[in-house]
Design a protein around this ligand. Sequence first.
Ligand code: ADP
Length: 240
Amino acid sequence: MNGTLIDITEPKREQQRKNDFIAMVSHELKTPLASMKLYLQLLQQHAGQKQDPVVSGTLVKAVRQVKKMIGMINSFLNVSRLEAGKMRIDKQVFDIRELLAEIEEETSTTVTSHPVIYSSVAVKVNADREKISQVVHNLISNATKYSAARSPIAINCHYEEGYALVSVTDRGIGVNDEHRERLFEQYYRVEADRGESVSGFGIGLYLSAEIISRHDGTIWVESEPGRGSTFFFKIPALGG
Ligand code: ADP
């Protein structure tokens, strides 16, 4: 009996220690990274004036990588906030089509590996704009990570029975049934068994699922292994 109890609580404690450590490291990395981004941007302005294409090209890449790191750090901090019950959802009324147009503009410079095709109708929601944007960014980032370069990624949004339904489709490696349910768990990664080396920590979908559930929504995946996946989420809409 005792043995059973220990079996259940020890992995939890282990997870807690891992989370605490990650939260501490992320917090410490945040400030120097923010400074580094500023310095790089300063250099970028300077390089722009000197019109040296090698320097400015390299700086663009450096800024992109620093932004990626800041994104990862923010995800970790969000996980620890979530664990502590402190993730805040700040709702406002906005149109998902406008949010997607903004994301399209951003990804047109940050996602250069794949064509990303957007289509959306106007759907108003009362939701946390930044967090929903983070979910879409996560799904797009995964679509690029788990599909071959230059294969298309499609982002869609439409109104369905009281919900805004958003989907991100790729033609990548897909997910088979045994993993499908578990993808949204913290630190769950399929790559761990496959021994492939796509970088990641297994928290993007966990965070996305939490965000969507706090909006009384649902997130799920449909996939044909080897052919691609579509990640869907829906959140209550205000009108079609
Ligand atoms: P990460 O990508 O950092 O590992 P995520 O939480 O975003 O973490 O995803 C969890 C796991 O789900 C990934 O490790 C990957 O195995 C699988 N996955 C996520 N998106 C896709 C996708 N578009 N196609 C195939 N597998 C995916």
